[in-house]
Design a protein around this ligand. Structure first.
Ligand SMILES: Cc1ncc(COP(=O)(O)O)c(C=O)c1O
Length: 491
């Protein structure tokens, strides 16, 4: 069923509550298209899926009540027979496409060999093989000691635990706009939207926030030079260390090298280098959360490689096992070994089937020249979007195309741009129809493509499979362009 059809069916539910300022319960920020369903006269009214499956919690939020029946390569098929081009990859997870034959085969084989070999009890082979496969892929040879978990949030929490133990300090500095998960620890570290921790505080103490170099979030004109954004952010970080948390109390600076939920903004190399310098000066550990931007998404195995900056701890997940639950932290042995035996662990941590899948993923990257394809398809996508911006009725609406590799964001002008004094497309932004990005996302779905929004701004994010063909990329771009044109026409 088309999303618009789903939307038109919505009705009130018995568990009405007052809508907060951020009304849509965002699932990783994706698809604010459902806002129409969640909000009615200022009330939150529920989720379409509650109608379909009342025993499914609405807390998850969702784009639609569509049931995905199967997935193959760049496409998923729905229960009602629709074939959708997937430019979401389940939020940057199925990076090698759905059910990659070699990955699924490795997992299936492992299923018949050993499913669970608890890591505190004994090693298992896929765990050891995976370490061997990952070692040469690390952005710096000092990153040589691993621990595997299930989810990104678990691994982020582990990185904080490690940083606190290794430094004997408590506080953590995070970026404004950063997202690190929704567990209790990571809610306290997340600063992309208030919805993730609304009404559940108090959160983990000892977290301080510093600006990330993103013009819109900083309330600066879009034309502000990158050096100026970086200069201001590093200055503010210095202020945080002087006014809020002294270095002697600060264990770590935690950053997504490409901010994901905050709007798909790659950190300038000079910013990451500046953070490294400050960390070195003060004995603070630098943690790169590459959960979303890692594993080939940006055209290198890890985004950290572009700047040459060595993190002390790196966090990975998502694309690591192409859909099987697996995450990891990696650090230097000297840092990792400061943890007492038994302090890291979890029943399912480093599951054998997930590790076997991840081993197959690392092999596929090389055998199938995945990174080369990312570079080529990235060029194709950027060129097409830049061309699209030249269309007269689009130029005033599509104000920014940014990202790296196949982690690409497109921002539409919003009233906030105008209010914050942007010198970009002055006058046009105020005319932008409301909920533009989520309407584009909904139109894409009607036309046969999954595309998500992100951030508190009007942004859609492109996360196609890293092995997408040129033809499918072209098709996706055309769907997107038609969707934008239609939203512009409708006003
Ligand atoms: C950068 C980043 N860190 C951490 C997480 C949390 O990962 P998970 O949802 O697997 O807990 C995410 C998830 O989107 C993420 O994008």
């Amino acid at each position: 069923m088309a999303l618009s059809g789903v939307i038109s069916k919505f009705k009130s539910y018995p568990y009405l509550r007052k809508a907060s300022s951020n009304t849509a319960p965002e699932h990783s920020g994706e698809n604010k298209g459902r806002d129409k369903r969640w909000e009615k006269g200022g009330e939150v009214v529920g989720d379409d899926r509650a109608e379909r499956k009342p025993n499914f919690t609405r807390d998850a939020g969702s784009c639609s009540d569509t049931v995905i029946k199967s997935g193959k390569g760049s496409y998923v098929e729905t229960e009602d027979g629709r074939k959708l081009l997937d430019f979401t990859c389940g939020i940057a997870v199925t990076n090698l496409g759905h059910c990659h034959p070699k990955v699924s085969e490795a997992a299936a084989k492992q299923c018949m060999t050993l499913v669970h070999g608890q890591c505190s009890v004994a090693f298992h082979n896929p765990y050891l093989q995976l370490i061997d496969q990952l070692l040469p892929l690390m952005p710096h040879p000092s990153l040589d000691t691993f621990f595997f978990w299930n989810s990104g949030a678990e691994a982020v929490e582990a990185s904080i635990k490690l940083a606190r133990t290794a430094t004997g300090r408590q506080n953590v500095i995070v970026m404004q706009g950063g997202y690190h998960g929704r567990t209790f620890g990571t809610m306290g570290l997340t600063r992309s939207k208030t919805i993730y921790s609304e009404r559940v505080g108090p959160l983990m103490p000892g977290v301080f926030v510093t600006p990330f170099p993103f013009w819109h979030q900083m309330g600066l004109p879009q034309s502000t030079p990158e050096e100026e954004l970086v200069r201001q952010c590093l200055f503010q970080l210095d202020m945080v260390l002087k006014q809020q948390t002294t270095a002697a109390d600060t264990a770590a600076i935690l950053i997504e090298p490409v901010i994901g939920e905050g709007g798909y903004i790659p950190a300038p190399a000079s910013f990451l280098q500046g953070l490294r310098k400050i960390c070195d000066q003060h004995g603070i550990l630098l943690i790169h959360d590459e959960v979303q931007c890692g594993f080939g998404r940006t055209g290198k195995m890890f985004y950290s490689e572009y700047s040459g900056v060595r993190p002390d701890i790196m966090v990975m997940a998502k694309g690591l096992a192409n859909g099987f639950p697996l995450s990891a932290i990696v650090s230097q042995k000297a840092i990792m070994d400061k943890m007492a035996p038994g302090t890291m662990g979890g029943t399912y941590a480093g599951n054998a089937v997930s590790c076997a899948a991840a081993v197959a993923v690392t092999k596929a990257f090389e055998e199938e020249k995945i990174l080369q394809n990312v570079q080529a398809r990235s060029k194709q996508l950027f060129a097409a979007l830049e061309d699209f911006r030249k269309e007269p009725e689009i130029a005033s609406v599509l104000i920014d195309v940014r990202g790296k590799g196949l982690m690409v964001g497109a921002e539409f002008g919003s009233p906030a741009v105008q209010a914050q004094g942007s010198d970009n497309n002055a006058g046009a932004a105020a005319k932008l129809p409301s909920k533009f990005a989520s309407r584009v996302s909904a139109k894409c779905m009607e036309r046969g493509m999954l595309l998500l929004t992100t951030s508190v701004f009007e942004v859609v994010r492109f996360m196609p499979p890293l092995n997408i063909s040129e033809a499918d990329m072209r098709k996706g771009i055309e769907i997107f362009k038609d969707a934008v044109r239609e939203v512009v026409r409708e006003g």
